[in-house]
Design a protein around this ligand. Structure first.
Ligand SMILES: *[C@@H]1O[C@H](CO)[C@@H](O)[C@H](O)[C@H]1NC(C)=O
Ligand SMILES: *[C@@H]1O[C@H](CO)[C@@H](O)[C@H](O)[C@H]1NC(C)=O
Ligand SMILES: *[C@@H]1O[C@H](CO)[C@@H](O)[C@H](O)[C@H]1NC(C)=O
Ligand SMILES: *[C@@H]1O[C@H](CO)[C@@H](O)[C@H](O)[C@H]1NC(C)=O
Ligand SMILES: *[C@@H]1O[C@H](CO)[C@@H](O)[C@H](O)[C@H]1NC(C)=O
Ligand SMILES: CC(=O)N[C@H]1CO[C@H](CO)[C@@H](O)[C@@H]1O
Length: 452
């Protein structure tokens, strides 16, 4: 815990939220040759092996040895805290990291898809993720599935269509930073729009979901006798002689017209009373000293009853404070930057993982953790996603700050009264500092001439 951390108690949607971002102490002097027998790193400070172009070696405070056998230097560089874990890491913990770069890609006409499910990452139990790209005009065909679908648009523009249980129709065009949510079983379609189509992250509320086993319009019709189709639609069976013999799944379509021109003009057409979409990045952020947080759950996106999410911009030099989530496993998706995360699993067990753009991270519910910026120049952008109606977390800082001070000191500083006083002081100062520093996002943008 960095004692210079700052705490802000901010209000969001009526609930009190401890500011999850805190300013970190600068990266200490790990030396220019951190992976040598001579190097000492008593505080386990992080090392950006990618930024500093270092290949990690398992030397730690004089212990360890070189690697003689076969090596994958790229992977070692991506995982500096697996090759040389902090000395505080202990015990067994299942894997909590997966890169979409390691997922099989299904290539189709004008698009592709790849998934991270319980099969790729066994700890991905509550949620499964799919990364999909649809070029201009390309359609992910009309379909449904038993899982609810939540999505975040990563790039480009996409048109979605859906039907609700009262026969109400929904059509909307979305762009980067927008969300959609289709409740379980609701039929829908997706289409990439001009000029370059779209790419998005889909999240399903079951880790065992498979993007290959959804219910598709073409698949159903191809497996229904033509006589039944004729009876159902009251036309001659000949009408169906040219329909696809198997599923289309993803295919090139024509560019759609505006929504107004495309919706059916029949008397039976009904507009849905529900809103399946939400503009997450247009939300007013909660400003913390080290970044910004946007939380979207069923309180501000009512249809999203089973998925809650937080979008975090963590500035270079900042960290998402030590915390845990009481109501669901965390399924994180890293959009940009690099991060170090240590997960504490009780019974003296802790393990550190490193993440970068395109990675998925899991933190099982209730396990303590933090997210540190591991990059010198790039801000960190992360989505934290949960199978829950509401975003909930507990802040270690807030807990200790709001517990009687004697109690805290007797736990941590019984043998060092001076340190106990310093700790107490840090808490006081932190509360004052927050007000001074709460515009640091703007200052950062002005100074660096970048927009987050
Ligand atoms: C679309 O893609 C082309 C080719 O990759 C690129 O040159 C162009 O800038 C893109 N347009 C937009 C609006 O992103
Ligand atoms: C996942 O689904 C498959 C196919 O439906 C099933 O065989 C398997 O047992 C399921 N696995 C888990 C962990 O639920
Ligand atoms: C849905 O809600 C969003 C606000 O997040 C709004 O911008 C959008 O216009 C709404 N869409 C429809 C079709 O009502
Ligand atoms: C957060 O900061 C942005 C500018 O960076 C500002 O527009 C917004 O009003 C602030 N939000 C709050 C809740 O103070
Ligand atoms: C930031 O500071 C200003 C001025 O001190 C204050 O009015 C505002 O409420 C603060 N915003 C937050 C999100 O703490
Ligand atoms: C520990 C830390 O703060 N790491 C880096 C995050 O980004 C800042 C700003 O660029 C760097 O100075 C830090 O070294």
């Amino acid at each position: 815990m960095h004692l210079s951390s700052l705490l802000a108690v901010l209000s969001f949607g009526g609930a009190t939220l401890a500011a999850p971002l805190v300013v970190q102490q600068p990266l200490g002097d790990s030396g220019h040759e951190p992976y040598t027998p001579e190097n000492r790193n008593p505080y386990d400070k992080k090392i950006d092996s990618i930024g500093e172009k270092l290949t990690p070696l398992p030397w730690r405070n004089g212990n360890g040895a070189t690697v003689l056998g076969p090596r994958n230097r790229e992977r070692e560089r991506q995982n500096p805290d697996l090759v040389r874990p902090p000395s505080t890491d202990k015990g067994n913990m299942p894997n909590m990291r997966w890169s979409f770069a390691d997922s099989h890609i299904r290539i189709e006409e004008g698009g592709w898809t790849r998934q991270t499910t319980i099969r790729e990452l066994p700890t991905s139990k509550e949620l499964a993720g799919v990364n999909m790209r649809l070029d201009e005009g390309v359609i992910r065909e009309l379909h449904w599935h038993k899982e609810a679908e939540w999505a975040y648009v990563l790039e480009g523009k996409v048109r979605i269509t859906a039907l609700d249980t009262e026969g109400g129709s929904f059509v909307d065009d979305l762009e980067k930073g927008d969300l959609w949510y289709f409740p379980s079983g609701h039929p829908h379609s997706l289409q990439g729009l001009s000029p370059n189509g779209t790419e998005f992250l889909l999240v399903f509320d079951d880790g065992n979901f498979s993007e290959d086993s959804t219910f598709l319009l073409t698949d159903w019709l191809a497996h229904t006798p033509a006589s039944v189709l004729a009876e159902n639609f009251r036309v001659h069976p000949e009408v169906f002689k040219a329909i696809p013999q198997s599923e289309k799944y993803i295919f090139q379509g024509s560019n759609p017209d505006s929504i107004d021109k495309e919706i059916p003009d029949s008397k039976g057409y009904k507009k849905s009373k529900l809103n399946f979409t939400h503009k997450m990045l247009d939300q007013e952020p909660v400003n913390a000293t080290g970044g910004r947080v946007r939380i979207t759950d069923s309180t501000n996106f009512p249809i999203s009853k089973t998925v809650a999410a937080a979008h975090l911009d963590i500035l270079p030099g900042a960290m998402r404070e030590m915390h845990w989530h009481p109501n669901a496993d965390e399924w994180s998706f890293f959009i940009r930057g690099r991060a170090r995360v240590t997960i504490f699993a009780a019974e003296g067990t802790a393990r550190t993982f490193d993440y970068q753009a395109g990675d998925v991270g899991i933190v099982p519910r209730n396990m303590g953790h933090f997210i540190e910026n591991l990059s010198d120049d790039e801000p960190l952008e992360v989505l934290e996603i949960f199978r829950a109606p509401k975003f909930e977390d507990f802040s270690l800082f807030q807990w200790l700050g709001e517990t009687p001070r004697r109690m805290v000191k007797e736990h941590l500083f019984a043998t060092d009264k001076k340190a106990g006083e310093k700790f107490e002081q840090a808490v006081w100062d932190a509360e004052k500092d927050v007000i001074k520093d709460n515009v640091s996002v703007d200052e950062y943008e002005r100074k660096e001439k970048i927009e987050l």
